[in-house]
Structure formats: structure tokens, C-alpha cells
Design a protein around this ligand. Structure first.
Ligand code: WTA
Length: 656
């Protein structure tokens, strides 16, 4: 690790304008530093005060942190609250008629929902779930398109104390089945079809397929929201129930289930380097606090803002920065069903103009693809409502950063590059935009209260410019509590013995520059970041070897202009090594196979066939070598131990 040197030499720095700084919640570096010092000196009261300020408690907590069973930390654990109450009911006295959601459908139709209307819809649906026997602690899988009802479903679970597990609508039947099974879900909520980019997505049919695979026996009901007029291809009587039928006649009030601070709010599955996806389990109060506090700090949120996060609720960004953080603040937000390139690459800019968006939060991959499809398009729209621009999901390259800053933000809006993870629940390293000057490509400095550092193998801090492991040295409220059903894996993965179980290991490498700014370099494990989505190489490999033609497979990433990383698969077939047209045909089939097994996001961009894979004497696949091959780099590794050096030549050539 210590040999990793910075590849970025970025020296430009952009302080906030005087006007922005003056009006900001955290105004100027003195204010930022003062908060950091407060957190340093009085860590527990720092978090305790925030929890009292930002959360409405049914019963206040008496203890901030219980670390007696580290790393299984408990925060505010004798406090009692309800997240849906915090996101809805508490806004009603003053803001019942404020718009909560501005929903823009794929076809451009706009629906506005006020806080009182959202409250009514959540209560009705919560009562509907109760009528299906869903009770506190039950797991509910949500497999939905990006529509209002996805948010209603999540909030309704929170209202009755059920634990939701949202599965991204692009995932396959197999991926859905695995998640339903691991969580032991009682109910699955889906839609007959989704709509994206003018095409339908067969959500109900995929759900049926997941059930046919077996393993979903814990599920007693499937609730189906009717998004399109097409109905549903199949219907299982006694199990399937239409959303609109379920809420018919349900009361419009639903007393929140008051839960303990540490009761789980949700599970969200994410890729690990090995084994099956991990059910990241988040707590109720700690998660809510992280979402609420970071939301106002990173976006300098003000009550008259129009906020838009382009993420899907299938990812953590949609949890923290659509369903919970903004609603918890009573914000007005745009939610979007479609894709940035439909009907054309102006969609985002047109929507910003139309809805007068003031805070916009998206991913580098979207920015890069929109630059490619029309760098001059933003200039055709009135984007003067914008005041803060955010990015998340992967490192943003300085060129894309500068375009975002100048062309979209008119040189006026701070770029808030937010580093965080499914596991951290909320943003960790990001500028508070009224204080911290930004630098293109850096997520800048940790938020006050987040003790992030970069260390070597022994846990000692590394000097500026040197790469190391990104760690967080103290527990914080929104940190993952455990891996659902696997506490041992939780401890080993995130609090490894190398650091005496004391530091949270993020799994990213990073370095710091002379002014202490963090620069994220990438994952240290075999996790790919494709279009801002985490994919375990292991999952793609398992999918490939599950194909009857495949004997062995290894998957690595290589840099990609738009997606960040592209998936390259090295495959050994059971028969002989194919070439020419036949290789192309098999490669195409295997790509479709992976799309079907996991989802289109995991589909390899490139497949290379060999008679074998390069292995060490002990039989371990030499992944670093494969990475060099994928990138077309010169092979500098020692290959003298290879059984058959000739395979290197074979693996240099892509089949497609
Ligand atoms: C990467 C998404 C650089 C990182 C919120 C992390 C980033 C993983 C950034 C988590 C960023 C996320 N700069 N890299 N601003 N944000 N990452 O769990 O590798 O889907 O570990 O959470 O994405 O991905 P996840």
C-alpha cells in the first residue's frame, strides 16, 4: 500500500463566494474548525446535542453511546421514536400544504404531493400492510420503480416498525430471490411494470420468476402497484394483492409504532469481495441522525430550497438523501422515474429549469455521459436557480468536475463531492460548502464529528502524498450495526484484528495532500465500481461459472471513460477455447447470461477466452496480472511460476 502514489496533481482551489459563505449554516473555516474542535473535545455531547436538536423523541435517551460490546455499538439506546413521525407528522402543524414531492414521470407528467397528502398515503398503506399481518420487526422487500409509491412503501414500513429491504428494480430474479431469502421477508412490494426511458421493466414477472426459483417460502403476500395499464401477466390467488385494493377503505390515520433507537430501520444489500451480498443493517435513531445532520450540512439546506437527488431508492443514496434526510427536514424535492438521456440528453437541464431546482445531487457517471452527449446543452436552459451541486458514488475526474462547476453551475455553485458508503449510512467526507474551499477531484475534509484518517497496515497514519487505508477511528451514529444474520462477518470485514478491532475499515484506499484534503483512490478489495454501483467480482464470477459452458472465470475492472470501471471477464470453457465468430457468439451469450443472473449493470463489457487462467503454484489466480492484461499494460509481474505462459497471449485478445 505504501507504494501507492498520487496520480492526481490538482492544485486548483475554489472557496465559496462571499455571498454564499455569509448566508451559509456553517459559515467560513472558523465555524467549521470550531465544530471539529467541539467534536474532538466533547465527542459524546457533540452527538448527543445534535440528536436532541434534530430528532423528535417520544421518550428522550439518557445515554449517548454504549460501547461495552464493541464493535457492536449502541447509540441513544433507551430513546424511543418513530422515523415516519419525524419525516411527516412533525411538519403538519406548520407545513401541511408544503409540497413534499414533485414527481416527474418517465413521460414528463408531473404530480405534486403535499406533506399532508403524503402523510395520508403513508398511513393508509401502513394500515394496509398491517392488514396483511405485517408487524414490528418483520422484513418487507421493496422491488419498485422510482415512483411516489416506493417512498410511501418505505415510510409505511418505518411507521409500523417493519424492516424494509429495498432491492434495486434493475436486479434479476436470482438476485431478488437471494435477498428475499436471506432477509426472510414476509411481504414483497412490487409494481406490475416500471417505466424507464420509454421502455417497460417487467417487475412483477421477475418477481414471479424469483418465486419459481424457490427459497421465497417466508413470503405470504406480494403487493402489486399498478404503474401501467398492462395488468399483470400472472396472478397467484391468495398471495398477490393489488396496491389499490389493499388501501381501499383503510383509515387515513395510523398511530406510529414507537420503537427503540437501536431497533433496525432497514437492511440494504451490498456487494462484498467474497461470498454473498451483505445485508447492511441500519439502526433507527443513529441512521436518522446521520441523514438529517449531513443533509443540512453538505447541501447547506434551507427551507425554501428545491432539492433533487437523481439516485434510485434501490441504493443507499436514495435512502439517506431521498426518503429520509430531505423528508425529515420538511424539504421540497423532485423525484424522477426516468433516465438522464430520455427523451434526450437535455432531460436533467430541462427539469432543473422547469422545477427551479436549487440543490442538485447526481453521480459522476451521469455527468460524464451527459458531457459526451452534449457538453453545450446546459447553456440552452435557465439554470440560475441552482446554488449547490453534489456528486456521489465514485471519484469524479477533474475534467468532469470543472465542467459541472462551470457549465452547469455557472461558476457560482460549490461542488460538494461526498464520500460515503452503504455502511456509513450518511456522508462522511465532504465539504460543508459555506466553509471548505473545494478542489476538483477531492472530497475535501471530513464532516465535523467524523474521525476519518488514512493509515498503513499497522494502523499508523501515513504521511501526505502516500496512499493507505481509509479508516474511521471512532464509532459514529449512522454506522452499520451488523450484517443481517452474520455478526461474525461484520466484525471481520469492518473491524479487522489488524487494527485491533478499533477502527472502521472502509475498504477504500486514499491519500491526503499537504492541506489535509482526502483523495479517494479506489477499492482495496475485489469490488468494482461500475457507474457508481458496487459489484463484487465474486458475484459475477459465480454467475459465469453457473453457466453450463463455463469451467472457470475471473473478473477484473479496467478504467472506462463514462462508467468509471468496465467489467472484463476472463473465461475458460469446458470444451476447447473458441475463436473468431464462435468466440463472439459465446461471449454474447455469456453477457446476456450475466445480465439475466444478476442484472444488466453487472454484464461484462469484454470477455476473453483462454485455455486456462494464470495461477500461482498454489493455484491462486493472479488477479493483478489479469488487471494488467485487461488494461493492456506491460506485464511487469514475475510470471516464471506460470504453468503455461502461452495463455497470456491468448488472454490479451478480447472475443468481442
Ligand atoms: C465509492 C455510495 C470516491 C467508494 C454512497 C465507496 C466514492 C463506495 C465516493 C461505496 C466519492 C462513493 N468519491 N469514491 N465521492 N462516493 N465512492 O456503498 O469506493 O454504493 O467505498 O455507497 O463507492 O458505494 P456504496
Amino acid at each position: 500500500m505504501s507504494t501507492i502514489e498520487s496520480i492526481l496533481k490538482e492544485t486548483r482551489s475554489f472557496p465559496p463566494s462571499d455571498d454564499f459563505r455569509r448566508k451559509a449554516q456553517i459559515s467560513g473555516m472558523e465555524a467549521y474548525n470550531a465544530l471539529c474542535e467541539q467534536a474532538d473535545d466533547h465527542y459524546l455531547s457533540f452527538w448527543g446535542d445534535l440528536a436532541r436538536e434534530l430528532i423528535a423523541w417520544k421518550k428522550p435517551f439518557s445515554r449517548v453511546l454504549d460501547d461495552s460490546n464493541a464493535p457492536f455499538f449502541k447509540w441513544f439506546d433507551d430513546g424511543v421514536l418513530n422515523v415516519s413521525y419525524n419525516c411527516l407528522d412533525r411538519h403538519l402543524p406548520l407545513n401541511a400544504n408544503k409540497i413534499a414531492l414533485i414527481f416527474e414521470a418517465d413521460d414528463g407528467e408531473v404530480t405534486r404531493v403535499t406533506y399532508s397528502e403524503l402523510h395520508r398515503r403513508v398511513c393508509q398503506f401502513a394500515n394496509g400492510l398491517k392488514s396483511l399481518g405485517v408487524a414490528k420487526g418483520d422484513r418487507v422487500v421493496i422491488y419498485m420503480p422510482m415512483v411516489i409509491e416506493a417512498i410511501v412503501a418505505m415510510q409505511a414500513c418505518a411507521r409500523i416498525g417493519a424492516i424494509h429491504s429495498v432491492v434495486f428494480g434493475g436486479f434479476s430474479a436470482g438476485a431478488l430471490r437471494d435477498r428475499v431469502q436471506d432477509a426472510g421477508a414476509k411481504v414483497v412490494i412490487t409494481a406490475n411494470e416500471g417505466l424507464r426511458g420509454g421502455k417497460t421493466v417487467a417487475l412483477k414477472a421477475t418477481t414471479d420468476e424469483a418465486f419459481e426459483l424457490g427459497g421465497c417460502e417466508s413470503v405470504s403476500s406480494v403487493v402489486v402497484y399498478q404503474r401501467t395499464n398492462n395488468g399483470a401477466s400472472k396472478w397467484t390467488e391468495g398471495r398477490d394483492v393489488w396496491w389499490h385494493k389493499l388501501i381501499e377503505g383503510q383509515a387515513e390515520e395510523c398511530e406510529p409504532e414507537w420503537v427503540n433507537a437501536e431497533d433496525p430501520l432497514f437492511i440494504l444489500y451490498t456487494s462484498g469481495s467474497t461470498g454473498k451480498p451483505k445485508g447492511i443493517q441500519h439502526s433507527t435513531a443513529g441512521f436518522l441522525l446521520g441523514a438529517l445532520n449531513s443533509f443540512r450540512w453538505i447541501f447547506d439546506y434551507k427551507p425554501n430550497d428545491v432539492y433533487w437527488c437523481t439516485a434510485d431508492v434501490g441504493w443507499i443514496t436514495g435512502h439517506s438523501y431521498i426518503t429520509y434526510g430531505p423528508l425529515g427536514h420538511g424539504a421540497t424535492q423532485v423525484i424522477f422515474e426516468g433516465v438522464p438521456t430520455y427523451p434526450d440528453a437535455s432531460r436533467f437541464w430541462r427539469m432543473i429549469e422547469k422545477h427551479k431546482v436549487s440543490i442538485f445531487y447526481t453521480a459522476p457517471t451521469a455527468i460524464r455521459s451527459l458531457i459526451k452527449l452534449g457538453a453545450d446543452l446546459p447553456a440552452k436552459y435557465d439554470l440560475s436557480s441552482l446554488r449547490v451541486l453534489g456528486t456521489v458514488g465514485e471519484p469524479i475526474n477533474p475534467e468532469a468536475w470543472m465542467w459541472y462547476y462551470e457549465v452547469v453551475g455557472g461558476g457560482r455553485c460549490p461542488i460538494v463531492d461526498t464520500w460515503w458508503q452503504t455502511e456509513t449510512g450518511s456522508a462522511m467526507i465532504a465539504p460543508t460548502p459555506g466553509a471548505v474551499p473545494t478542489k476538483p477531484g477531492s472530497c475535501t475534509l471530513p464532516l465535523p464529528g467524523i474521525m476519518a484518517d488514512i493509515v498503513d497496515e499497522s494502523g499508523a497514519p501515513v504521511e501526505p502524498g502516500k496512499g493507505g487505508f481509509l479508516v474511521i477511528k471512532k464509532p459514529f451514529p449512522s454506522l452499520v450495526r451488523t450484517i443481517w444474520g452474520d455478526p461474525d462477518r461484520f466484525r471481520k470485514t469492518y473491524f479487522p484484528d489488524e487494527f485491533e478491532g478499533k477502527y472502521y475499515l472502509a475498504g477504500d484506499s486514499a491519500h491526503r495532500d499537504e492541506s489535509g484534503y482526502f483523495w479517494i483512490m479506489g477499492r482495496i478489495d475485489d469490488v468494482l465500481n461500475v457507474s457508481g454501483h458496487r459489484l463484487g467480482t465474486m458475484e459475477i464470477e459465480s454467475a459465469l461459472v453457473a453457466n453450463p459452458l463455463v469451467a472457470e472465470a475471473a473478473v477484473v475492472g479496467k478504467p472506462h471513460d463514462i462508467k468509471g470501471e468496465a467489467v472484463v471477464a476472463f473465461v475458460v470453457l469446458k470444451g476447447s477455447r473458441p475463436s473468431g465468430d464462435e468466440a463472439r457468439k459465446v461471449a454474447d451469450n455469456l453477457k446476456q447470461w450475466v445480465a439475466h443472473e444478476i442484472g444488466k449493470i453487472a454484464q461484462p463489457d469484454e470477455i476473453r477466452f483462454g485455455e486456462n487462467l494464470p495461477k500461482t503454484r498454489s493455484g491462486k489466480i493472479m488477479r493483478r496480472l489479469l488487471r494488467s492484461l485487461a488494461r493492456g499494460e506491460e506485464i511487469v509481474q514475475d510470471v516464471s511460476t506460470l504453468e503455461n505462459p502461452q495463455i497470456l497471449a491468448q488472454l490479451q485478445e478480447a472475443a468481442n
